[in-house]
Design a protein. Structure first.
Length: 121
């Protein structure tokens, strides 16, 4: 099982973000303390429910790029929004900032909730 988790962490370059499923994200969050969930939804969406420990940086905020650039580039980030659209655009911006490991939970937070994964308010 550990090999499967490790294999999806290997991206072709620091500029790429690999799509991962909700189940893969949940497994990774249980096994790796160096993982940060980056929730790019609005603060209102975040307050209504989010993944425990997630960092919220609103993709639509004019300070998005500056706030993301201030994050630790050596950590692994799971980027998500509600359904995958905003987070895909966020990954496009983030990939130019030399982050080492960026993963895209492309099914989004809605799929996380539908799968019965834990939600914090």
């Amino acid at each position: 099982m550990a090999l499967a988790i490790f294999s999806f962490l290997q991206v072709t370059s620091a500029a790429d973000a690999k799509n991962i499923t909700v189940d893969e994200a949940a497994k990774l969050l249980k096994t790796d303390t160096n993982v940060v969930v980056l929730d790019v939804r609005t603060p209102r969406e975040f307050e209504a429910g989010h993944i425990k420990g997630a960092t919220n940086i609103n993709f639509n905020d004019k300070e998005f790029a500056r706030r993301v650039a201030a994050l630790d580039k050596n950590k692994t980030y799971i980027v998500h929004c509600a359904a995958g659209g905003r987070s895909a655009k966020a990954c496009e911006q983030i990939k130019t900032m030399d982050f080492k490991n960026m993963l895209h939970m492309n099914q989004g937070f809605n799929a996380w909730k539908e799968a019965g994964k834990p939600v914090e308010k």
